[in-house]
Design a protein around this ligand. Sequence first.
Ligand code: HEC
Ligand code: HEC
Ligand code: HEC
Ligand code: HEC
Ligand code: HEC
Ligand code: HEC
Length: 326
Amino acid sequence: MGGFALMSELRTALPALAVLAALAGCGSKESKPLAAGTEKLASIPEYMTGDECLFCHRDKVGVSWRENAHRSAIREADREDPALAALASAGIKESGEVDYLLGGKRRTRFLRKKEYGRLELLSAAWVPGETGDEGKLIEAGARRWDRETFPSGCGGCHTTGFDSSTLRFMDISIDCFACHGDVDRSHANDPKLVFLSATRDDGKTLLNSACAQCHARDGRSRRTNLPFPANFIAGGDLFADFAIDTSPAALETPSKTDRHIIESLRDVSAGAPGALACIDCHQVHPNSTRKHRRLTAGAACIGCHGEGKPGRVRWTRDVHNKTCDY
Ligand code: HEC
Ligand code: HEC
Ligand code: HEC
Ligand code: HEC
Ligand code: HEC
Ligand code: HEC
């Protein structure tokens, strides 16, 4: 449970440091308005952390959460991780300064923590080998710790409680708040109060909003022009702020993963009959798409199965995306 200990460590340091920063007057740069005409962004609420939720939801959710890719999207650096081991054995001195790893299936990035709520990104990356071959380091030549890229290019989708007006986050990786929003403590007696409860009937636009805030990887915030939404809270409507291209040209992406995401967003927002939202096919706890097999075949199946009765699969896990730089 190292990840959780770390998250809370960061969080307890936060208010104290914020006071210090304010006293020292160094908060001034960040409190500047983002762009002409943009009013102040809503602030990030004091949401409950994952370890608080899991105190009660240990049995059903806690068990699979340890293995969930969202939880470990950013994790404490393990010296035995092949990516970090490769960095060390290449004699790269920054390897000793790495605090966290990001990704791993297709690309691993190296991060270090400097200021509270911010991470620095090493310009080098690691690509795992295909089918058990050795992986390789890339761009290891022009190496440097980059202070700007993570806060302004990645943080909104790879951390939780990210505030676009300060470019700082509350917790590393993806915590319950990212999908369930600001959970009311009294939901224990009235589950309807929690977003994504089975007892609610939220429309597909709100359901898709929760996932698209991160999975629509070519979107852009109208308010901040950053590549992630401006202080979005799950349960709300994403699309007022976050502009996503669902035109036929956008669907020409070589990634079938991106393609089916854009199709779902397009059909749901057009109110197309039978449009499917992400969670009509996906279950986050446990991580599964088992239920998609029981759906009625239609247009949403063609991209991955071709025309006709679904059976043959024409989908490969080859997600590449320029926003994530891989
Ligand atoms: C004090 C204990 C407690 C805490 C803390 C707590 N929950 Fe719950 N939660 C419950 C109980 C009890 C229920 C109702 C019974 C059930 O469905 O498990 C519930 C229900 C839910 C449901 C709805 C289940 C359904 O389908 O109807 C969701 C979703 C949920 N909680 C998420 C969370 C999240 C996310 C957090 C942290 C932000 C959290 N809970 C914190 C006790 C708690
Ligand atoms: C990536 C998005 C995402 C994150 C992060 C997430 N959830 Fe969920 N959760 C969902 C969705 C979607 C559902 C609705 C049921 C389903 O499709 O799995 C759900 C359902 C639930 C339920 C009720 C259903 C059940 O299986 O009992 C509980 C309780 C719950 N989540 C708790 C949590 C807790 C606690 C955390 C953090 C440790 C968390 N969730 C993090 C997306 C998420
Ligand atoms: C805060 C950002 C964020 C939100 C919100 C989010 N995701 Fe993700 N999701 C990610 C990231 C980042 C990864 C990749 C983690 C990794 O493998 O490093 C991921 C991975 C996944 C995967 C692949 C899992 C695997 O085992 O490789 C699926 C499927 C997925 N998300 C579905 C969803 C669905 C459905 C929702 C909405 C209920 C959702 N996500 C909400 C950021 C998010
Ligand atoms: C019609 C059903 C369907 C809909 C709708 C759908 N998905 Fe998928 N998605 C799948 C299936 C099936 C896979 C194949 C991966 C698998 O079986 O685990 C997949 C793959 C993915 C992956 C890659 C997982 C990996 O292991 O690399 C991500 C991420 C993802 N979907 C996110 C989303 C998001 C976000 C939405 C909503 C905008 C969405 N999906 C809508 C069925 C669907
Ligand atoms: C994002 C790609 C994707 C989409 C969209 C998708 N599928 Fe699939 N489908 C897969 C993958 C991958 C598998 C194999 C793994 C699995 O079962 O999850 C699969 C398996 C299946 C199977 C089991 C086939 C067998 O021979 O065991 C059925 C049935 C199925 N899909 C039906 C559908 C239907 C119906 C739709 C549209 C509503 C759909 N799929 C949309 C990727 C997709
Ligand atoms: C709009 C949200 C968004 C932004 C911005 C974003 N990411 Fe991602 N990133 C994701 C999602 C969602 C996934 C999971 C995709 C999947 O598995 O289908 C992901 C996956 C990754 C992965 C894992 C690849 C793998 O599977 O091994 C890496 C590495 C990554 N992103 C790096 C970055 C970096 C570096 C930046 C900033 C330059 C960045 N991302 C910006 C949403 C985002």
